[in-house]
Design a protein around this ligand. Structure first.
Ligand code: ARG
Length: 446
């Protein structure tokens, strides 16, 4: 028995069905609660424009709220023979209410359903992502403060360059997250616009009240032009993926640094043994596999915007089934980045620091510029001071001054962590998740 919404008087070949449905039954479960929310808004609007009776709306809303609770608890299944979440919800309603269930599809298409589902999913998952980022930000900032006086060499070309500190190193990654959050906020704004009512991508001859569904779903505005609303499929995911990739790039670099600094040849940090893995042959090994896998997982996430670009690149405007495949790569990406962030947060919190690491004589030359600057302060022109210290180094006479005088904003002695935190809080406060929560609470309480 087939349960396709569109089947008329013939059945589709089994293999074709398997091929076209693909992994949709699994993927659409990510979208289930959002599909129900979209339907709730749509039917509320349909009734307001006279396309549903009041009692029909009441019956449909009651059942949809019930289905929402099932979906929220993760208990909704897409049955064999049912193509996707949109079909499953409609089937569920028809089973419960008979013909009234079939009325909800007036004035829309699965094309705008999947669009609105994706937007609602993205909004909610970005909120979760900001929380995961916030935890890492806090960990980085507090470790930065704690170890701001632990000197390590800074490198250029991976050659010992100038004095840095554990605090400066970790604080840099906190500030990197600020920029990633700014990118994410832009992606949020792109996602927070309502495509519902664009139907198959060209609108409808019903007098749909799109302002009303925009309000009911708590969107900041709508995607006005129906063709553009449909063009947002793929584009929205790509922009959000770029934001996720931005976070992933920050974390991948941190993981790479941590692998280096944890090596015996650097020895700046050490992971508690419970956070390392062993070797099957070398009894002494305590490997930083967590950071290595973090690096690789983050690098994979950075491929995501390109994967989406390649799927969508040469599509003309209008809907194509190609778009379905984006879900397989895109939808699980939030779970992935959140898992990574939680693990890295723990690692940053637990990492041990060697307070003596920077005192190793191998690093003496990182003070060369300090020496030059001392001479400059005594009135020696910079170029002469540079030459004098260069010759001392050449002839093995260099005496490193260990007193550091870094006072300007963003330098070793003045990390500005409080100002970075203020920036973080400011960007975070611009997300305004409350508006959508209020709207959805009201929609579900009707
Ligand atoms: N599973 C489909 C997708 O993700 C749903 C939309 C189907 N629309 C269509 N015109 N066949 O794109």
């Amino acid at each position: 028995m087939s349960n396709k919404l569109w089947e008329k008087d013939f059945s589709v070949d089994r293999d074709v069905e398997t091929y076209t449905v693909g992994r949709d039954r699994e993927m659409d479960l990510y979208l289930a609660p959002y599909d129900v929310l979209g339907s709730l808004a749509h039917i509320t609007m349909l009734q307001s424009v006279g396309l549903l009776q009041k009692d029909e709306l009441e019956a449909l809303s009651r059942e949809l709220r019930d289905i929402y609770a099932i979906a929220e608890a993760g208990n909704l299944v897409i049955e064999p023979g049912v193509e996707d979440i949109h079909s499953q919800v409609e089937l569920e309603l028809t089973r419960r209410l008979g013909d009234i269930g079939k009325k909800i599809h007036s004035g829309r298409s699965r094309n705008d359903q999947v669009l609105v589902d994706l937007k609602l999913f993205i909004r909610s998952r970005i909120e979760g992502l900001t929380k995961a980022m916030n935890a890492l930000f806090d960990a980085l900032q507090s470790q930065s403060e704690r170890y701001k006086d632990v000197i390590i060499p800074g490198y250029t070309h991976l050659q010992v360059a100038m004095p840095s500190s554990i605090g400066m190193w970790l604080g840099a990654y906190a500030e990197s997250l600020v920029d990633d959050l700014i990118v994410l906020r832009g992606a949020y704004d792109v996602a927070n616009r309502n495509p519902l009512g664009s139907a198959a991508g060209y609108g409808s001859s019903f007098p749909l009240d799109r302002d009303m569904t925009t309000r009911l779903l708590g969107f900041a505005s709508m995607n006005y032009n129906a063709v553009y609303a449909q063009m947002g499929r793929g584009k929205t995911e790509r922009i959000v993926a770029q934001a996720i990739a931005s976070v992933a790039a920050t974390v991948a670099k941190l993981a790479m640094d941590a692998c280096l600094y944890n090596s015996q040849n650097f020895g700046f940090i050490r992971l508690p043994k419970e956070y390392t893995t062993g070797s099957s042959i070398m009894p002494h090994k305590k490997n930083p596999d967590v950071f290595e896998l973090t690096r690789a997982r983050c690098n994979k996430l950075q491929a995501l915007p390109y994967e989406i670009t390649l799927i969508t690149n040469n599509l003309p405007s209008g809907y194509f089934r190609d778009l379905q495949l984006i879900k397989e790569n895109f939808l699980p990406a939030f779970d992935e980045i959140e898992t990574i962030l939680a693990m890295v947060t723990t690692m940053v919190e637990k990492m041990e620091v060697n307070p003596e690491a920077g005192r190793d004589p191998r690093y003496e030359l990182m003070y060369s510029v300090e020496k030059v600057n001392e001479l400059v302060k005594q009135g020696v022109p910079f170029r002469d001071a540079y030459k004098q210290v260069g010759l001392e180094i050449e002839h093995g006479k260099f005496q490193a001054p260990h007193k550091l005088h870094h006072t300007h904003a963003g330098s070793l002695g003045n990390l500005c962590n409080d100002r970075i935190d203020a920036l973080w809080q400011k960007v975070l406060s611009q997300f305004d998740f409350d508006t959508y929560h209020r709207a959805l609470d009201t929609l579900l309480a009707r």
